[in-house]
Design a protein around this ligand. Structure first.
Ligand SMILES: C[S@@+](CC[C@H](N)C(=O)[O-])C[C@H]1O[C@@H](n2cnc3c(N)ncnc32)[C@H](O)[C@@H]1O
Length: 278
């Protein structure tokens, strides 16, 4: 039974981190003249109204997108580009873009997009938004077990965006199994894996377990937005296998600034972020 609805969280600090990384990864990967396969194993509804419906209930976006939007201090070009993209998308559509919308906007005619979404209502939103596009397949099936059918891609180029809801304790084990299997089939793809910072043991152990699955080029990023606590998410992270080269430049320039923007406790003496390339 799926209870999670991403609409409650749209545009929050976690979205800003994962969507910033996704935006710049695809912006870079699309520059090479070879088709790219994009798979979103947990796609959500595609885009979200912020001022009405679920997102308006807890207004999590006020501590995410709104903080970025209202930042007056100078920003690195990579954050300006991302903010301008979000502003222009919202101005044109009236909604905040989820990962399928960001990917679809950036990808080319020749790039296939596969979106998995299990929730019946979010699947319908996604299908309605994208089913008219021949490059897009929207699947109402399990992304954890469905990814393998698409690997390796014919062009040997892929970006796999993995963004589960971590609703069930079993999601952690399924995620690790899925990635192990995917790497056996296709180790040279770019894998972007988002995870929440939570007190539960499975969540604490996840980043190390993920990093141990792959010994090639990889990178990890974390932003902690508030003090660690027992209930709820206090930040999030992304593990990336085969990070697009541009991330070596934009992560060091943007993550400390993004961490400062998204931090609810702005006066903490110690850094509330970390990143490392391996
Ligand atoms: C964090 S949300 C996705 C947000 C989206 N990637 C974005 O950035 O806009 C996770 C989504 O995964 C869906 N989901 C949960 N379990 C799933 C599964 N096994 N396969 C596919 N989708 C699943 C949930 O219904 C939810 O919409």
């Amino acid at each position: 039974m799926l209870g999670y609805r991403h609409a409650f969280h749209a545009g929050n600090h976690g979205d800003i981190l994962k969507h910033f990384i996704l935006f710049h990864s695809l912006e870079y990967l699309r520059q090479k003249d070879v088709p790219l396969l994009y798979v979103d194993t947990h796609a959500g509804a595609g885009s979200y109204q912020l001022e009405s419906g679920y997102a308006a209930q807890n207004k999590e976006w006020l501590d995410g997108f709104q903080r970025l939007r209202q930042t007056l201090s100078p920003l690195p070009e990579s954050l300006i580009q991302f903010r301008d993209f979000l502003e222009s998308w919202i101005a044109h559509t009236g909604s905040y873009p989820g990962s399928p919308a960001i990917a679809d906007h950036l990808l080319r005619e020749t790039d296939r997009r596969i979106f998995f979404e299990m929730h019946p209502s979010d699947f319908l939103f996604l299908k309605e938004a994208f089913e008219h596009k021949k490059q897009v397949s929207v699947l109402n099936t399990d992304g954890f077990s469905g990814l393998k059918a698409f690997l390796p891609p014919p062009s040997r180029r892929a970006c796999i965006f993995i963004d589960p809801s971590y609703e069930l304790a079993s999601d952690y084990e399924k995620l690790l199994e899925m990635i192990k299997d995917a790497l056996r089939r296709f180790a040279t793809g770019t894998y972007l894996i988002w995870y929440p910072l939570l007190s539960r043991p499975e969540a604490k152990e996840l980043p190390e377990k993920l990093l141990s699955l792959y010994s090639g080029n990889r990178c990890s990023i974390e932003i902690q937005v508030t003090e660690a606590h027992e209930r709820g998410m206090f930040g999030s992270g992304v593990v990336i296998f085969n990070p697009p080269w541009v991330l070596h430049r934009i992560i060091p320039e943007a993550i400390p600034i993004l961490a400062d923007i998204l931090s609810v406790k702005r006066d903490k003496p110690e850094p509330n972020f970390r990143f490392q390339f391996f």
